[in-house]
Design a protein around this ligand. Structure first.
Ligand SMILES: [Fe+2]
Ligand SMILES: [Fe+2]
Length: 536
């Protein structure tokens, strides 16, 4: 007997109550299940247990909506436990169309197209569907498929997300019987509940993915735009994730820290977002690698001036305005000054008070050619060359530091999902220092969230170990770790996070992934840790 749909029997008040209770329970279980495979396994288990079926399959509609793919299977008699079928099984999906026509000869495909449940008392004795495949399978496996029930899994828009097929309902003695309408009705309630939950989840996941992809693409754009710090944000994000994972499994420094999956995602997202404010930092400041650099390195202008002065001196000599001795002395003085400027222009050069005075003197030295007075370096170039450490003028440093505040402003204007609402704070606090001397908020000690401190350690270590910074010589692993000890000692970064980084061996794991082999030298961890003690 073939029965399309089912007839609602008049059920007792008690069974309806039980039915609702069971649905409520399964609804709660389904909505709290994070893993999507667990979700489907739970649905099939409930379907099998409620109908006392011997076997069952949960199919999912393929993304191109052309087939139904195996997702979860179970067969009691054949001792096949409930298991998820992934692509590695190579099982052929059920085609929903045959030569562009709806495939109505297959039971699950039929249910997909009609969007209604279908029951069969004995699959061998019906002519609606092609049972040759079932018979062949049974013959090969010593099984006898008899009663069948297939239910569509629909969402609120009536789209079929998948189909559940159950085989051989059994009575209490294990005898195969027909499925009944009550089971079918229960399963329809179950599958529609599951369909809606699944769609909601897909929508939420979709929005989360969209948000993450969008923010990451901005981070990538900033990286792309920066000629020297490409990869900085991705590497910091990766190291942040690695540190958070390590902290989660650590019993020594952080025995009480147990980040949830959502928290780990939140930390990762904050890592990706930490420098998003750099989008407003002018590239010539962000990438200023020489003291004289603006849009171009102005050393080229100084060099041109040097050549012009040289020609002027030569002309004066030819005209007899300068004698041989004075000409050679002037030439030497000029060349020495040029060489000194070139050395001073390097980002790593520390400008001593003596060097500062010498540059001042070079600037004051004027050359007179006809009606033109010329100096090797002008006022602005002098000021830049006199930058004592690094390449940045105070106002440029301020502009760069502004990025943390901009990160905060940009991210706090986005409505993050509630579970990620702290992403703006964690991301924007990566330049805060335990001493309170950091920025943009000037937070101190425990005011700085642990998740922001993780990013701070990752950010500094990446900057010290990166191979592409133009303003300093490339550090080896041991040198980078040694410099980190100064940050610990002056109370900038969290010592425990740094020690965890060392003791867990994460520093080496990171180095092997992201540093050049020639940067990786021997590291004495005990010595690095000892150097973190005050007074060392
Ligand atoms: Fe930053
Ligand atoms: Fe950074």
């Amino acid at each position: 007997m073939v029965s399309n749909g089912f007839i609602m029997k008049k059920r007792s008040r008690n069974s309806i109550k039980e039915h609702i209770e069971r649905l409520t329970q399964i609804g709660i279980a389904l909505s709290s299940t994070k893993d999507v495979n667990e979700f489907f396994t739970l649905i099939l288990s409930e379907a099998i247990s409620y109908t006392n079926a011997d076997a069952g399959t949960l199919y999912l509609t393929s993304s191109d909506k052309k087939s139904l793919e195996f997702q979860v299977i179970y067969n009691g008699t054949m001792h096949i436990p409930m298991k998820v079928i992934d692509k590695s099984y190579g099982w052929k999906p059920v085609n929903l169309y045959v030569e562009e026509e709806k495939n109505l000869k297959n039971m699950v495909s039929y249910v997909y197209h009609t969007k209604s449940p279908m029951m069969i008392e004995d699959v061998y004795f019906q002519d609606l569907f092609d049972s040759s495949g079932t018979k062949a399978y049974d013959a090969a496996n010593g099984y006898r498929s008899k009663s069948m029930l297939a239910i569509p899994m629909k969402n609120h828009e009536d789209a079929v997300l998948g189909v559940i097929q159950l085989i051989n309902a059994m009575d209490d003695d294990g005898k195969v019987i027909a499925f009944d309408a009550q089971g079918s009705s229960h399963l329809m309630s179950l599958t529609s509940q599951a369909g809606i939950l699944l769609t909601n989840r897909q929508l939420i996941d979709g929005l989360e993915t969209l948000l993450q992809d969008f923010l990451r693409s901005i981070a990538k754009a900033i990286e792309h735009d920066s000629k020297y710090t490409s990869g900085h944000i991705s590497r910091v994000a990766r190291l942040t994730e690695m540190l958070a994972d390590t902290m989660n499994n650590d019993d020594e420094y952080y025995p009480d820290v147990h980040f949830t999956e959502d928290e780990l995602k939140e930390i990762s997202m904050a890592g990706w977002m930490h420098d998003i404010g750099k989008i407003t930092t002018p590239p010539h400041i962000r990438d200023k690698s020489k003291k004289l650099e603006t849009i171009i390195d102005r050393i080229t202008i100084v060099k041109a001036r040097h050549q012009a002065i040289k020609l002027g001196l030569k002309l004066k000599h030819t005209r007899g305005e300068l004698d041989d001795v004075s000409y050679l002395a002037e030439l030497k003085k000029l060349n020495d000054a040029m060489a000194f400027i070139q050395t001073s222009n390097a980002g790593g050069e520390f400008i001593t008070p003596e060097a500062k005075a010498r540059l001042e003197e070079i600037h004051k030295n004027r050359y007179q050619f006809d009606d033109e007075t010329i100096s090797l370096i002008d006022e602005n170039e002098l000021r830049n060359l006199q930058i004592p450490k690094g390449t940045l003028l105070p106002e440029e440093r301020e502009k760069i530091q502004e990025h943390a505040k901009v990160t905060w402003e940009m991210l706090s204007s986005i409505t993050f999902p509630a579970k990620y609402h702290n992403v703006p704070l964690f991301a924007a606090s990566h330049h805060e220092q335990l001493s309170g001397k950091g920025y943009p908020f000037g937070l101190k000690n425990s005011q700085i969230p642990l998740k922001a401190r993780i990013i701070a350690v990752a950010d500094i270590f990446e900057a010290l170990s990166a191979k592409d910074r133009p303003y300093r010589a490339q550090s080896t692993l041991s040198q980078a770790l040694r410099i980190m000890t100064f940050f610990v000692k002056d109370y900038s970064i969290d010592k425990d996070i740094f020690f965890l980084f060392l003791d867990s061996g994460l520093y080496m794991e990171y180095a092997r992934k992201f540093m050049d082999p020639e940067q990786i030298d021997d590291v004495n961890i005990d010595a690095v840790k000892a150097a973190c003690q005050p007074g060392k």
